[in-house]
Design a protein around this ligand. Sequence first.
Ligand code: AMP
Ligand code: GLY
Length: 423
Amino acid sequence: MNILLIGSGGREHALAWKIGQSPLVETLFCAPGNGGIETIASCVDLDATDHDAVIDFCRKQKVGLVVVGPEAPLVDGIADALNAAGIPVFGPSAAAAQLEGSKGFTKDMCARYNIPTAAYGRFSDPDSAKQYIAECGTPIVVKADGLAAGKGVIIAATIPEANDAVDMMFDGGFGEAGGEVVVEEFMVGEEASFFALADGKTTLPLATAQDHKAVGEGDTGPNTGGMGAYSPAPVMTEQMVDRVMAEIIEPTAAAMADMGCTYKGVLFAGLMITDTGPKLIEYNCRFGDPECQVLMMRMTCDIVPLLMATADGSLAAQTASWTEDTALAVVLAAKGYPGSYSKGSVIKNTDIAASDENVEIFHAGTKRENGNIIAVGGRVLNVTAQAPSVVEAKNLAYSAVSKIEWPDGFCRSDIGWRAINRS
Ligand code: AMP
Ligand code: GLY
């Protein structure tokens, strides 16, 4: 079978790496791909927002499955267009992708179907949002309703701070994402990410992970797309996984079907494990980046049957298997990220760094030019290692990082610290 993967990040390099290992795959195409993906897939210059062009390509190239990496094309309806054309696609419809595309939509679903989450209010004008803030007190969380590249959340310690956040969002601080604002209770607990597949009838738990969103050591400083991740997340015991499936994932799949927007794809639940049990922080309608990188390292089964079964509704016949080892990814980013950074510097010695069989380097913002790897993005490389314990995985990953020569890049030195403190 031929597969088309959409995306250009570290998540897509990891997916391409895993999909490419399947004996079921003849040709793997990736649009647009990056400097790492082009070594294992055939990269094509296809605009994912041009649905007709994507469909044309799939017909010409006899593509049997399209795998959509990022959220934007899903929210934009690429899965609907492909489904209408009879082309199997891994990823939810635009209506179902509202789970990520609109925080208000997800909060209303949780309220209606009794799915545990923070208490909230949903507002389309600043005054009523501020009144709710005054009633609730602080700390309190203010969120832009729409997609804001993971940056649309402000945790306010004081009422003026919360009110300022409301004004900033309604004044367009997050663009159209802030046309509506969600204000919610601040939850206390340990965070974890949980991934499950849903095909409209069946849900299948995948694995757990923990990412590091902040740019600075000790999880300080501005938020990024993610500076590192590890899997499994120790807070997610087997018993907690069962609770999350029963109390959050299965009710969500049933609710979505009940509301007429059946969910097919991966459900990425951001969870707060509180004293009273797991609560939903948010949903994403795609794999996490860099969470996907550590998940793909740990998956021991063929991923292609899982992706196909999610697309065609036959997930009940599938199982997923994982190594008990820990996988840990360290993100190398361009100096200045998540603020402004320069592009065009040369990265050396990635081959030497990846020579250990338990190390993979997944590219994000790179391209290849005259045999060189050039940095062209904010997050650039994901140095990912697998080992029996989180400490060993961390040591192996950082030993690989130390072999890479890239004076214009930086990384956090403490990925995994929470799990390591625990053990
Ligand atoms: P989100 O984009 O909704 O995942 O929020 C980003 C981050 O803000 C989360 O990973 C949490 O660390 C934090 N956060 C969001 N909502 C809450 C909440 N209700 N209580 C506590 N922390 C939260
Ligand atoms: N690493 C967080 C995300 O992919 O949303």
